[in-house]
Each structure stands twice: as C-alpha cells, then as structure tokens.
Design a protein around this ligand. Sequence first.
Ligand code: SAM
Length: 229
Amino acid sequence: MARFAKSRLAARLQMLVSERRLESGLYGEILDHLPLKDGDTVLDVGTGTGLMLKAIVERNPGVHLFGLDISQEAVKCAREQLTGLTVDLRQGDITSTNYENDFFDIVTCNASMSYWKRPLAAFDEIFRIMKPGGQALLFEPRANIDVDHAIERIKENMADKSIFRRWLAAALNRFGLTRGDKVGMKRYSVAELCELAARSRFNPFFKVDKIALQGIPIFARITLTKTLE
Ligand SMILES: C[S@@+](CC[C@H](N)C(=O)[O-])C[C@H]1O[C@@H](n2cnc3c(N)ncnc32)[C@H](O)[C@@H]1O
C-alpha cells in the first residue's frame, strides 16, 4: 500500500468521504445485503474511520463488532468515532491476522479490496477466520464502468448540497475511478474477481454480481461462502 494511504492526512480525507457515505445512506444500503442476526460476530475489513461499524451496531445492537485496518491512523480515527461502543479494533493486514480460526459469522468490506496488495492471500485468510456456514460480502467499485454516467448520478444524489460539495465529490470520485492506480488502487473486472475467488479456498462457493448502490451502477458485490463441512 502506498505510504500516503497510511498517513494522518489520508485518514482525515477518508473521514470526509466516510461521513458523506454515512449521510447519504450508503452504509445503510450495504447493511441491507448483510444477513446479520443477534449474537453474530462481524468483522469490517479495511474499516477506515469506523463509520460502517457504527451503522452496523445502530441497526443491530446484538452483534459483536470487530474492525481491522492496515493504517494505524485510520484505527485511531475509528477509536475516536466509536468511543463508548464495545468494539474490537485492530491494526493489521487482512492477508495475515491474529484472529482465531472459524471465528466470524459475517465478514464485510467496503472499498478496501482495491488497495490489497495480495488479494488471493486475503481471501484465504478470510476463509480461515470465518466460521463454517459464514459469509463474506465485499463491495468494490469495479473496472469497465461508464465513469461519466457514475459522476452524473453522484451529482444528482447531491442535488440538495452546495455547489462546492458537489464539485468536490465529483472531483474526488473522478480521480478515484480514473486515476486511482496513482494511489495504489486496482479496480477489478467481474471476470478477474471470479478468477481470484476460483483460485481461493472458497472455490466453488462464491458469486460476483454487478450492483448499483445509491443508484450508481459501478459496484461489484463479491459473496464468499464457507460451507458447513
Ligand atoms: C477507501 S478506504 C475505505 C474505508 C471504509 N471501508 C469506508 O467505507 O469508508 C480503504 C481502507 O482500507 C484499508 N486497507 C488497505 N489495505 C488493507 C489491508 N491489506 N488490510 C486491511 N486494511 C487495508 C486502508 O487503510 C483504508 O482505511
């Protein structure tokens, strides 16, 4: 991962983006896809500033919350955001964690996989730490998308916001979707994601769908299932 991405400035910028995601209902929409129930242990990988964890516990107060991020600065931000909540936050790389085998019911991840240096090792680690019967649901912007259309939808979604906020969101998203490789981001096609999952320990129990979130049709939903023996 690029050094900048682990910096305090990157964590602060991430906070602006995450606050917008929370405000817009994006995390709530992702939550609609997660089959959470009381007592579940849930891990948010690449949790960043932790606002997704906040959204999870607000809707599902009976779950046990865990968050992992490779950036110490992001973990610090998440700790501030989640003060007063019972949550296990750790700094670490998803390719090699210190969670027990067969531990999580649900693993989720939003917009982090694009930064993983070793995605296959990460999938295999998620397999190890997930309970048999558990599911991982990863949401990522994918490759081969119509960027102009996506930016138009983002601006429409922010029609009630100031011109400056619309401009900033459009600029940040356009940069991420067209030049994200400059900050260590790789966007995968559906075929590449399927190939990756097929090489992982999840094979053949995976599915990759193209989905829209917030009406923006640029995402891949990667569902990885660890079957009961
Ligand atoms: C674009 S941010 C997304 C944060 C959050 N999921 C959200 O929705 O706002 C990507 C996050 O993934 C983290 N990350 C990148 N590579 C990682 C890895 N190998 N293991 C764990 N976290 C990682 C970064 O530090 C960063 O906080």
